[in-house]
Every structure is written in structure tokens, then in C-alpha cells.
Design a protein around this ligand. Structure first.
Ligand code: OXD
Ligand code: MN
Length: 599
């Protein structure tokens, strides 16, 4: 029975039923009774079922579930992710493109009858607090209970989302997912921005199937934002409470695996705590930003939970994330400690379980397995944890108006080039600073080390349209915001010494850099002008209580090697050239101006 009178929703769901031919259709109302029954059903499946979820230790991890995906299906698949716009140039040079008609024709046979003998779950959800003017509705149909249970954590899921849509609106994102046979050869994650539609097939991994997240909240939403004058960004949102009680809000964009979740949940160093500073998390991955009635830029986190990478998460690296996943959390591809039916991953602590099940499902002796070079948890294993579990969740998390943003911070992983922090000269220059963002590959990933991958605004895999037009949209937003625009900064926690060791301690000590940033926003800190932007005076970075860092080290961290920067400019040029006449003139001018200042 449909949960809505909205004819647009009902017509589309009917079409999806006619296409996929499920045995049964279940509309997800979001009630506890319904979710409990689905959980019961999925944990009762035999061990041999790839859909199986397991309950974990009810005392230590109440309400938590465990799941393993197929070894061929453990991460986002960028080479199988498509943006299908009528014109190829509208997808741009950084996206895989296919003609929408051709793509529908290719995928329709794959979906034809794919749910025969299965149940279709119709999942209404809101990205953003229900009732927020910044929120948007999606409907995902899927043949996976795992998807339903994860969407329940990651979004505001259930009937209330339809109340928000109303009885006539057509403004909802249509998401069709089928795990099909989880066949990597026929795996597709396809976006039709002009139709508000996402089709995902042959995967059961979160990033490919929780369609509210990367697919909607970034790829489709970035396209909507351009047309509707708002922004969807791959950014965390955090609030800093100053000793006076005043709140400052910061958005930050870093490429995947640069510590966004850690920064979002930062615990300030003792000296800051003693003075009365506090940090609150609004979001750890995605921000939707829109100009508010007072002219400032406001942000909401469209998500309702954290889909975080487990390995490396410990009480020391991210206490708040670890606390967040102690109840009502779904763990995917981590290892099991069979002694007490709990979970484990590399970096959690120094005691891998002796009686372990590794992420592919084999029973192993943990310490021996690791000694032989094995990994108990997959490096991209995940926790799906409700935001409300987070000890430092912002009291404004559900505020429908969002929070006013004071600063936007970009960053990447650069061994030598980028200094610890610098501020852009103005919004346009800040847009350029975001556009030239890059990260160097680490030894943790396959391939050469130290190769620069350009990742503008950390949106390379997530921008749903031509990135040249995306920069133009940034420039337009700056014009609209005028002197109310947030200040734009760039940080780099990853400078290394000659032996390749990180110089800056990172983690909670990043507060010291945020401190300068918010002081700049308030006009309380000085700066020195350099060819790349405004930098702090070294003595203005508070290093009190840091044993390994003295003023000379700070000077070093802030140094700008002009020849390295000129080299970087040579790397940026061919990247910018790819965009042809879609590259805003301002961006080309910014590059020439930077070169001139460096020369
Ligand atoms: C993520 C990513 O999963 O950015 O958040 O890859
Ligand atoms: Mn992300």
C-alpha cells in the first residue's frame, strides 16, 4: 500500500515495479515495528546468504549489526560511475559520460525482471531535517534490507519524508537500486541529473547503494544547486564555541582519506579546554549551503549519520567517532572477535583478537594472520552510526535553518608544497585555491608514491556536472554573498621532514590552526602577505604545550618554496586546459597572477 497520495511518486514506483517485477512491494514507513521485523528477517537468513546480517554482543554493542560484502564489492567504483547529460560537455572532462538515451537502453534489460522472487522496498527519505527549507526528498527502491537499515541511519527515513514532499510536488530524486547478481562486469552507478534520477545495479557496497549519500547529496544535488542558486559540497561542518560563548562555524573540504571525520569531531588540546573552547560536530562529509535571509551563507548536513572508515579509528585518534558506534550501528567488512562477538579493525588497539573472523569470513588467529601480512578488516571497512550517538553532536544539528558559516577551509595531503595554513586574498582567489586542491598518493594505496592527483574542492568524483561550470557557480555565489561571504583558507596537516615523518602533530592540535582561522574571521589576528595568500605570523600559531614544535618549526611549516609552487603551476595548466572554454576566465587570470607573484 502506497504511503503517499503524490501521483508523481506513485506513477514512478509503478513504473519501477513494472520494470523489475518484484514478488512483493513493501513501503518503508520508518516505524520501529517495521524495522525490527526487517532486522529479524535478515539475521535469520542462513550463513550462506550474502544478504545475511549478524547481531553483535547485546551488552557491549546494543542494537549493532554486522555484515560482509563480496570481496569484489568493497568500495566506490569511479570507473563505473556515469553522469548522463544530454550534452557531453555538460558532464565535463572529469566525469564518465554517456548519452542518457543510450544508457537507459543499455541498463533497462539489466533491470528487467531483476527483482523476480524478491521484495522491493520503497524507501522515502529526507536529506536534511524534515521541514528545513534546505532539505530535499528522495525515494529509493531497492531489493536489499541492508540498504533499508543503513538508510534508516544515514537519512531521515520513512513516511514523514512524504509529508515534507506534499501531494503534488515532482521535486524528489528517483533512486533505483538492485543488487542483481553483484556482478562486477555489469556494475553501474549512473546519474541522470536532468531527470532527477539515479540507477545503481550489481553492487551492495554502501557508497554505491545508499543513494542518498554521494549519488544524491553530492552528484545530483550539486547540479540542482547550480540551477537553484545553492551549493552541495564534500565538506564537514563544525562549530567552535569560544570562551565568550560565541559560536563560529567552519566548513572544510579534504579529499577522501585526509581525516575529515577526525577534524569534524576534534577534541581541543588541554590548554584550549581550560580556557573554555568547545568543538561541536554538525557534519563529517557533506554540506548543503544556501544564502540566508540575512545575506550570510548557511549550512545544513543533509545526512543523519556517519558512514565512516573504521580502520585507524581509536580512542586516541577519534574518541567521539568510536563512541558514536557503540550502539545501533551497522559494521561492514570489519573483523569479528569471536570470543565475545564484538568487532575489531586495524588501529583500534594493539590487541587483535586471537579467535577472529577476518572480513572475508575465514576464521583465523588474528595476531598470526597480521604477522603474515594479512588484514583482519578491509581497509575500507565501515561503521554506519547514528549522528545522535556522537558525544559532541551540535545542538544545532537538527536546526532547519542550518548554521551560519564563517570560514571555508580547503586542504590536501602535500609533503612539501602547501604551508600549514594560508588565507585567500578574497572569494575569487579562494575559489581558485579550492580549484587547485591536490593530494599526493601515499604508500597505503597501490601505485607510485607522491603522485599529485588534482581534486578540486575534493569534488573530483562527486561533481554532477562540468567542473568548469561548477567554478563559475562558485564565483556567482561569491558575487551574491558579497561582503557577507565566508573567508576562505587552505590547510595542510601533512608536511614531512627529510626522513618523511609528519612534522605537525595533527588531530586535536589542529585546533591551534582553527584558532588563527576564526580569529582572522573576527579581525583579531594579523597576517603577512605572501605570493600565495595571507599567512599567520609564526608567533601567532599557539604552540603552548607542544613538546616537539618550537617557533623555528612553525616558520618551517609556513615556508613557501617558490620553485615548488612554480612547478605546481605547470601541473595545474594542463589540468585547467582540459576545460577549454568552460574554464572561467577568472580562474585562468588567477593562475597567471599567482605565477607573476611567484616569479
Ligand atoms: C567517503 C569518500 O566515503 O569520500 O566519504 O570516499
Ligand atoms: Mn566523503
Amino acid at each position: 500500500m502506497s504511503l503517499t497520495n503524490n501521483p508523481n511518486v506513485n506513477k514512478w514506483v509503478d513504473e519501477m515495479i513494472a520494470l523489475t517485477k518484484p514478488e512483493k512491494v513493501v513501503w518503508i514507513d520508518g516505524s520501529k515495528a517495521q524495522l525490527d521485523a526487517l532486522t529479524e528477517e535478515v539475521v535469520a537468513l542462513p550463513d550462506s546468504s550474502r544478504d545475511k546480517l549478524y547481531r553483535l554482543n547485546e551488552e557491549k554493542l546494543p542494537g549493532c549489526l554486522y555484515h560482509r560484502t563480496l570481496p569484489n564489492d568493497v568500495a566506490r567504483v569511479e570507473d563505473r560511475t556515469f553522469i548522463c547529460t544530454s550534452k557531453k560537455e555538460d558532464a565535463g572532462p572529469t566525469n564518465n559520460w554517456s548519452d542518457p538515451k543510450e544508457m537507459y537502453a543499455k541498463l533497462t534489460p539489466l533491470y528487467d525482471g531483476v527483482m523476480k522472487g524478491r521484495t522491493m522496498y520503497v524507501i522515502p527519505y529526507s536529506m536534511g531535517p524534515i521541514g528545513s527549507p534546505l532539505a530535499k526528498v528522495g525515494v529509493e527502491v531497492s531489493d536489499s534490507i541492508y540498504v533499508v537499515l543503513n538508510m534508516n541511519i544515514m537519512t531521515r527515513m520513512g513516511k514523514a519524508a512524504f509529508d515534507n514532499l506534499g501531494d503534488t510536488s515532482d521535486d524528489f530524486v528517483r533512486g533505483l537500486h538492485s543488487k542483481a547478481d553483484v556482478d562486477p562486469e555489469n556494475r553501474y552507478i549512473v546519474h541522470f541529473p536532468e531527470d532527477n534520477t539515479i540507477w545503481s545495479i550489481n553492487s551492495a557496497y554502501g557508497g554505491n547503494v545508499l543513494l542518498g549519500k554521494k549519488c544524491f547529496a553530492l552528484r545530483i544535488a550539486s547540479y540542482q544547486g547550480k540551477n537553484e542558486s545553492w551549493m552541495a559540497e564534500h565538506m564537514l561542518i563544525l562549530g567552535i564555541k569560544k570562551p565568550s560563548g560565541e559560536m563560529k562555524y567552519v566548513c572544510a573540504a579534504f579529499p577522501s582519506a585526509c581525516g575529515k571525520t577526525n577534524l569534524a569531531m576534534l577534541i581541543p588540546p588541554e590548554g584550549y579546554k581550560a580556557k573554555g573552547y568547545e568543538v561541536f560536530t554538525v557534519g563529517d562529509d557533506i554540506a548543503w549551503l544556501k544564502q540566508g535571509p540575512d545575506g550570510r551563507l548557511y549550512a545544513i548536513n543533509p545526512e543523519n549519520g556517519f558512514f565512516g572508515v573504521a580502520p585507524g579509528t581509536s580512542a586516541k585518534s577519534n574518541f567521539n567517532a568510536l563512541e558514536s558506534c557503540k550502539k545501533n550501528t551497522i559494521f561492514t567488512n570489519v573483523a569479528l572477535n569471536n570470543a565475545d562477538n564484538t568487532v575489531w579493525w586495524e588501529g583500534l588497539d594493539k590487541n587483535p583478537p586471537v579467535d577472529a573472523t577476518e572480513w572475508k569470513g575465514a576464521k583465523v588467529n588474528g595476531p598470526e594472520y597480521i604477522a603474515e601480512g594479512g588484514k583482519l578488516a578491509h581497509p575500507n571497512s565501515r561503521f554506519t552510526a547514528p549522528a545522535e550517538n556522537c558525544p559532541c553532536i551540535s545542538p544545532e544539528f537538527n536546526n532547519p535553518k542550518g548554521v551560519p558559516i564563517d570560514a571555508i577551509v580547503f586542504g590536501g595531503r602535500r609533503a612539501k608544497t602547501a604551508p600549514l595554513v594560508y588565507q585567500s586574498f578574497d572569494w575569487n582567489h579562494g575559489t581558485f585555491v579550492g580549484a587547485i586542491m591536490a593530494s599526493e598518493t601515499t604508500a597505503a594505496a597501490a601505485g607510485a608514491v607522491g603522485v599529485v592527483r588534482r581534486d578540486p574542492m575534493a569534488m573530483l568524483p562527486f561533481c554532477g556536472y562540468n567542473m568548469g561550470d561548477y567554478w563559475a557557480h562558485w564565483l556567482d555565489m561569491g558575487k551574491k554573498l558579497g561582503d557577507k561571504a565566508p573567508k576562505i583558507f587552505n590547510v595542510n596537516w601533512f608536511r614531512t621532514d627529510d626522513e618523511g615523518h609528519f612534522i605537525w602533530p595533527g588531530f586535536g592540535d589542529n585546533m591551534r590552526v582553527l584558532d588563527w582561522i576564526i580569529d582572522r574571521c573576527d579581525g583579531l589576528a594579523e597576517a603577512v602577505e605572501t605570493p600565495i595568500g595571507f599567512e599567520p605570523k609564526p608567533e601567532d600559531i599557539n604552540i603552548e604545550g607542544l613538546s616537539d614544535i618550537d617557533l623555528d618549526v612553525v616558520k618551517d611549516l609556513l615556508s613557501v618554496d617558490k620553485s615548488l609552487w612554480l612547478e605546481d603551476c605547470e601541473n595545474i595548466k594542463p589540468f585547467f586546459e582540459k576545460f577549454g572554454d568552460r574554464l572561467p576566465k577568472e580562474m585562468a587570470d588567477q593562475l597567471s597572477a599567482l605565477e607573476a607573484r611567484l616569479a
